[in-house]
Write a protein that binds this ligand. Structure first.
Ligand SMILES: Cc1ncc(COP(=O)(O)O)c(C=O)c1O
Length: 382
């Protein structure tokens, strides 16, 4: 059998990795400012993470959600301690899309509605329809029988006022848009959404799959707005590479026996990985490091010619170039061994490094950008 071809691949085959460095089959070592797409939060092969995961694999790796699993309880407690929102409850699943599916489903069960408000440039996942084809009406929410989604411009208060009404099931918004190119909703706009949801009974879902887990320098990007979302979705950095996702559920929701569920979600190995991640974020003060390392990057990048816009905070940065970012990303990779991410807009480069990035590593990345952007002729508009 051959692989079904779905990904355009970079010319890179990693074989091992440590911290912020990735070694590849070409014998070279790369500085990872991509973090495997915002997934590597506490660094590759962190010793505490490896120890926790290995010890757990030797004890028990998996048993179904039909039995008690104290690791899930410990994970929820620690997430409340390190991330805040301690009064919420945690539903565990396997990925970001699954977290958002479950959040929207819960919103629909809660409201009995199926109209969703989302935002231009949003990315919430790639799944659809499995439950609609499942022959069990008790686990099918109104939204699964056909939904309607309207997309609004980010930060457009008047459009939100018009669109969020008494038939809105959920408003779903990223803490900071990632795939869309690192665009953050204004704190005041999040507060408006909170007020509109309160007024209409719609459920406010904060997608922190990419922007959460300390990436922005706050544990959750929405926290600087002071709002309490109804549901918060997480994944990516939560497991540092081990697949795990979750929905943080506001106390106002009833227990939901049978409505939500998954075979693998919250298994022993995934919980051990996610507990280790939170311990490392707490013990190594990675929230503070994300802020300072992010500032090093921002300050260094700000003066480089060819960068026309620099957005984001902490270690979630979007860099707009004058032209297509492809040749620049290629030169960074080949000539300077620097891994960076792209975005929907072909002119945008995304930086999503491990939260352990040091000042020296940030300086190394800035020097690589400087060298490449000074050597590349002014590109044509894409
Ligand atoms: C904000 C956001 N939500 C959801 C997802 C989907 O996550 P997954 O690929 O784990 O399903 C992504 C993935 O990039 C994302 O960035």
């Amino acid at each position: 059998m051959e692989l079904f071809d779905v990904y355009p691949l970079m010319d890179l085959e990693p074989v091992s990795a440590s911290g912020v460095r990735v070694a590849a089959t070409d014998g070279r070592t790369y500085l990872d400012l991509y973090g495997g797409h915002a997934v590597i939060s506490v660094g590759h092969s962190h010793p505490h993470y490896v120890d926790r995961l290995t010890a757990q694999a030797k004890r028990i790796g998996f048993y179904s959600n039909a039995v008690r699993n104290p690791l899930q309880v410990e994970l929820a407690r620690l997430l409340g301690e390190v991330g805040g929102h301690a009064e919420y409850r945690l539903f565990l699943c396997n990925s970001g899309a699954e977290a958002n599916e479950n959040a929207l489903k819960l919103a629909s069960f809660h409201t009995g509605r199926k109209r969703v408000v989302a935002f231009q440039g949003a990315f919430h996942g790639r799944t659809s329809a499995a439950v609609a084809a499942t022959d069990d009406p008790t686990i099918i929410a109104p939204i699964n029988g056909g939904h309607e989604v309207v997309f609004l411009p980010l930060d457009d208060e008047a459009a939100a006022e018009r669109a969020i009404t008494a038939d809105t099931c959920a408003v779903i918004i990223e803490g900071i848009q990632g795939v869309g190119g690192v665009h953050e909703p204004a704190p005041a706009f999040l507060r408006t959404l909170r007020a509109l949801c309160d007024r209409t009974g719609a459920v406010l879902v904060l997608d922190e799959v990419q922007s959460g887990y300390a990436r922005s320098g706050d544990f959750f990007a929405h926290q600087r707005s002071g709002i309490a979302p109804d549901l918060i979705t997480v994944a990516k950095g939560m497991g540092n590479g081990f697949p795990i996702g979750g929905v943080l559920v506001h106390p106002k929701f009833q227990a939901a026996h049978g409505l939500l569920g998954t075979t693998f979600g919250g298994n022993h190995l995934a919980c051990a990985a996610a507990i280790a991640v939170l311990e490392i974020i707490r013990d190594e003060r990675l929230l503070a490091n994300a802020r300072t390392a992010g500032e090093h990057l921002r300050t260094g990048l700000a003066t480089i010619p060819g960068i026309v816009d620099l957005r984001g905070r902490g270690l979630m940065l979007g860099i707009d170039l004058e032209g297509p970012s492809g040749p620049v990303r290629q030169a960074l990779l080949r000539e300077h061994r620097l891994l960076v991410g792209s975005a929907k807009d072909k002119r945008t480069i995304r930086l999503l490094p491990p939260l352990t990035l040091s000042a020296a590593e940030a300086a190394e990345a800035v020097a690589a950008f400087e060298a490449v952007l000074r050597s590349i002729p002014t590109p044509v508009t894409p």
